[in-house]
Design a protein around this ligand. Structure first.
Ligand code: PLP
Length: 364
């Protein structure tokens, strides 16, 4: 048995998402680029590469990883490039997307040999979280003044517009895209490509994938543009778990089980967005499942089990693919979860283990 903690990526579950991406690409003509900031576990890129058109990035290192480990079409985006990065970035990228007119002008000469885009901020979004809302007041994410953008249209061939966040509501997507068409249509007609970013939850249960495909196709035809999508979470949703073991059980008014992992270190977004982990269990025995770091609020959530828990029991935290492996850290020196792949034949391959040497080398 493989020692916990480890993230377990299930290729069969991944292939369900990949089949939906194929259907969406075929029905819409849109290209799908994996957003590496959400998921960059390259040992399964061999599988994803057959169903996605390439990658998009948020930094030089993600960009390089996309070029070297995924291949295909490689989009370079960063909130801001530094002078010493730009030549290397242009060397990896098929397209470079600048966040501001200032960066586009600053790196005009260095980037002139590849296609360039600009991030457009439509000033609305579907994010309910201020922290993650690209349209929050004074947002630095993209340009929104059509008059200013007009002046640089001759240097760019596309826009990137990322404004959705786990949006499972097709009608809301449809309405907001219509708003973009109405407000920026004159500019869109002059472009060759438009990326609508990520955040569309089209692999969710019951999502009307074919209506989305038809809507994207209509958008593409109306403006004569190649549409790109940049799914992060939608590409890998439901395809991995975090496997842990119960180390201790105590009762301080509630039954508490401490496991060999940590929310802060291994599933940080649960803390940032103040949401509970998911576990696919039910029964009459409730426990609060807690992490082993010394952070008081290091709690995965409360779940009811079919039988009392014991030290040594293995538990499986669901939905652990997105924004987990890319964010894991060495807080408290807690052993970092390994990365294990469940192959299509059911066998399990250890892709990576982390140990003391990795911890020590991350600090000096
Ligand atoms: C975060 C991000 C994505 C991916 O978002 P998901 O919600 O994971 O689909 C895509 N494009 C850009 C520009 C992003 O910032």
């Amino acid at each position: 048995m493989i020692q916990t903690p480890y993230y377990l990526i299930d290729r069969a579950k991944l292939s369900r998402n990949m089949a939906i991406i194929d259907r969406l690409r075929a029905g819409s003509g849109a290209k799908a680029l994996l957003a590496l900031k959400c998921f960059a576990t390259w040992p399964v890129f061999d599988q994803m590469r057959n169903h996605m058109d390439g990658t998009t990035s948020s930094s030089l290192y993600e960009l390089r990883l996309g070029r070297e480990k995924f291949g295909k079409e490689t989009h370079a985006y960063s909130v801001a490039w530094s002078d010493h990065e730009i030549a290397e970035a242009v060397g990896y990228a098929d397209k470079i997307i600048f966040n501001s007119i200032g960066q586009l002008e600053r790196f005009d000469n260095q980037s002139a040999q590849i296609e360039r885009g600009l991030r457009l901020n439509p000033r609305f979004s579907t994010s309910g979280f201020d922290l993650a809302d690209p349209a929050r007041p004074f947002s630095r994410l993209g340009e929104w003044d059509a008059g200013k953008i007009e002046a640089v249209m001759d240097r760019i061939s596309g826009f990137m517009i990322h404004y959705n966040c786990e949006n499972a509501d097709f009608d809301l997507f449809d309405r907001q895209l219509t708003r973009i068409e109405d407000e920026f249509g004159a500019l869109l007609h002059r472009l060759k490509w438009v990326s609508l970013g990520g955040g569309i939850h089209f692999t969710g249960e019951g999502y009307p994938v074919d209506r989305l495909a038809a809507r994207l196709k209509a958008f593409s035809q109306r403006f004569g543009v190649q549409v790109y999508l940049e799914p992060g979470e939608a590409a890998i949703t439901g395809s991995a778990s975090l496997e842990v073991t119960v180390l201790d059980i105590l009762n301080n008014g509630k039954d508490l089980a401490i496991v060999d992992s940590s929310v802060e270190a291994h599933m940080l977004d649960l803390l940032i967005y103040r949401i509970s982990a998911r576990m696919d269990v039910s029964g009459d025995h409730p426990y609060m499942i807690c992490g082993k770091s010394c952070l008081a609020g290091d709690v995965f959530g409360e779940f009811s089990f079919p039988a009392p828990l014991s030290v040594g029991d293995r538990l499986s935290i669901a939905d652990a693919a997105g924004y987990t492996m890319v964010k894991k850290n060495w807080f408290n020196g807690v052993k970092m979860p390994g990365i294990v792949i469940r192959e299509l034949d059911g066998s399990e391959t250890v892709a990576r283990e982390f140990g003391y040497a990795d911890y020590a080398s991350s600090l000096g």
